[in-house]
Design a protein around this ligand. Sequence first.
Ligand SMILES: Cc1ncc(COP(=O)(O)OP(=O)(O)O)c(N)n1
Ligand SMILES: Cc1nc(C(=O)O)sc1CCOP(=O)(O)O
Ligand SMILES: [Mg+2]
Length: 207
Amino acid sequence: MTDCRLYLITPPSIDLATFPDLLARALDAGDVACLQLRLKEAPRDDLRRAIDALRPIAQSREVAFLLNDDAELAAQTGCDGAHLGQEDGDHARARTLLRDATLGITCHGSRHLAMDAGEMGADYVAFGAFFPTATKDAQHRAEPDILEWWSSLFEIPCVAIGGITAENCAPLVRAGADFLAVVGAVWNHPDGPAAGVRAMNAAISGA
Ligand SMILES: Cc1ncc(COP(=O)(O)OP(=O)(O)O)c(N)n1
Ligand SMILES: Cc1nc(C(=O)O)sc1CCOP(=O)(O)O
Ligand SMILES: [Mg+2]
């Protein structure tokens, strides 16, 4: 029995007229540990509107609501935390701003970055991309052995990301990933996002 759980990230752009209902149905379909709002192109006002609309949908279902890229906005708007990359500002300042809220840090395929993030106080470290992804132009790759190495040495949870699907995720679960972060595997599932959540849950449990 694995403790690994699904970490869902929003599609790169959403329509607030229809997405809240789609999200609710996806979250009701199975186990989702957290939702990251990742709208790279959205103007700040749209981002605030999206937070206001989507945060209650996640939090009312005990799904942690994390904001991508902006710890200050996350802290101001009642998010459960933020995910920051290596270019997303001062991690130590974000740690202070977020107080007890979650701070996750992208560490690509780097043991060094992961240890720095752990020392700085990250609540999780994220490794990737494990597989080719159509969701973004990923410049870094990671191999499953980094998950084994990290989880054998450190208590801080690790997230695997990048091109993960129900079909390819088993080695990452077995290597020790605490969370699998996905976009396409859920939102582009041929039978819809709810089916995508069910497929990921089944693949994680069966790994
Ligand atoms: C869980 C998780 N892991 C990695 C990333 C990537 O963050 P970053 O490197 O800052 O890239 P962008 O997402 O900002 O394009 C993530 N968002 N979530
Ligand atoms: C947002 C993101 N960050 C990555 C990294 O490697 O840091 S890969 C990625 C995209 C994840 O989407 P999908 O599940 O559709 O591949
Ligand atoms: Mg970022």
